[in-house]
Design a binder for this molecule. Structure first.
Ligand code: GLU
Length: 300
């Protein structure tokens, strides 16, 4: 068999156990990788201690295992990568792309979600000295700038990169922001395909832009529908989505396959998780997945 250059990943934040919505993303990225004879990596995005739940990372890994989703190589923990994020930040600063932002929450609230660039004068580079007060670090975006994401599931999408203004790369509480850590690690791990939920659709143009600024390859992106409960809310810990249970692994997998557009044969109702996954790898087609941004649990 030819060696595949496909490398996919699942990158959960350890903010709680996996629920069916997170299983949907894990399963879709796993199946796409395996159907393409690729590797499937797991990365724990543990960069937000205030939101993390002790023990959640180990629990997530156990739940993946119990559902037959076995990953390749060792798990990458983002908390071990801080020096790399700092180094990338420095490279962007040398290129004159970063500035310190002193705006407080109250001011940001008045802007309605689109940062106005008020702090752009505080450029961070080797010759500038910015005021020594608490600040976030933002990247200055070109304006206007349209960016095309050729999404593997949603089709070709045009974004205005600066629609929400310059975004944050380093937080006021001294933590790297998701956009920086995630794109840098996708580059570092040579990820070729990112299959994830549509709640992250807006992140893709930003991550592509950052990777280009850092001279790293951009992966292909594919966004699956997000699973909502019957009240139309995204399944999440806040909405009390039940955690995945090992004793229901088979029905969880079958439910997720149906949500991903498969009609599963009835023999699979009595099969093992490995048989279900084997069947799904063999029949996997991205074209089956509904190009919706949401599906509800009752869409089965
Ligand atoms: N860690 C992010 C989350 O759990 C997902 C990152 C990604 O898939 O790009 O929402």
């Amino acid at each position: 068999m030819a060696v595949s250059s496909y490398i996919g990943r699942f990158a959960p934040s350890p903010t709680g156990p996996l629920h069916k919505g997170s299983l949907l993303a894990a399963l879709a990225s796993f199946l796409d990788a395996r159907a393409n004879h690729g590797q499937w990596l797991v990365r724990i995005e543990d960069l937000d201690p205030p939101r993390e739940v002790p023990g959640a990372a180990d629990l997530i890994l156990r739940q993946l295992d119990e559902h037959g989703l076995h990953w390749d190589g060792s798990v990458l923990y983002q908390s071990t990568r801080l020096p790399a994020y700092r180094e990338a930040l420095q490279r962007l600063a040398h290129a004159g792309l970063l500035y310190a932002c002193y705006c407080n929450r109250a001011r940001l609230r008045t802007l309605g979600g689109c940062y106005d660039g008020a702090c752009r004068l505080y450029t961070i580079n080797s010759s500038s000295v910015v005021p020594d007060k608490p600040h976030a670090i933002r990247i200055q975006l070109p304006e206007p700038s349209s960016i095309t994401v050729d999404d593997l599931i949603q089709g070709q999408l045009e974004f205005n990169l600066s629609a929400a203004g310059d975004f944050i790369l380093w937080r006021r509480d001294h933590l790297p922001a998701y956009q920086l850590a995630c794109s840098l690690d996708d580059g570092y791990q040579n990820i070729s395909h990112v299959i994830r939920g549509s709640d992250l659709l807006d992140s893709s143009p930003r991550q592509m832009h950052l990777l280009r600024c850092l001279n790293l390859e951009t992966p292909r992106y594919g966004h699956i529908p997000v699973l909502s409960n019957r009240q139309g809310q995204k399944l999440s810990k806040q909405n009390h989505a039940p955690e995945l249970n090992a004793s229901e692994a088979l029905s969880n997998l079958l439910d997720c396959l149906r949500l991903l557009g498969f009609s599963t044969p009835s023999e699979l109702d009595r099969a093992s998780t490995q048989q279900v996954l084997g069947w799904a790898i063999e029949h996997w087609q991205l074209a089956n997945i509904p190009s919706l941004t949401r599906v509800t649990e009752s869409d089965k």
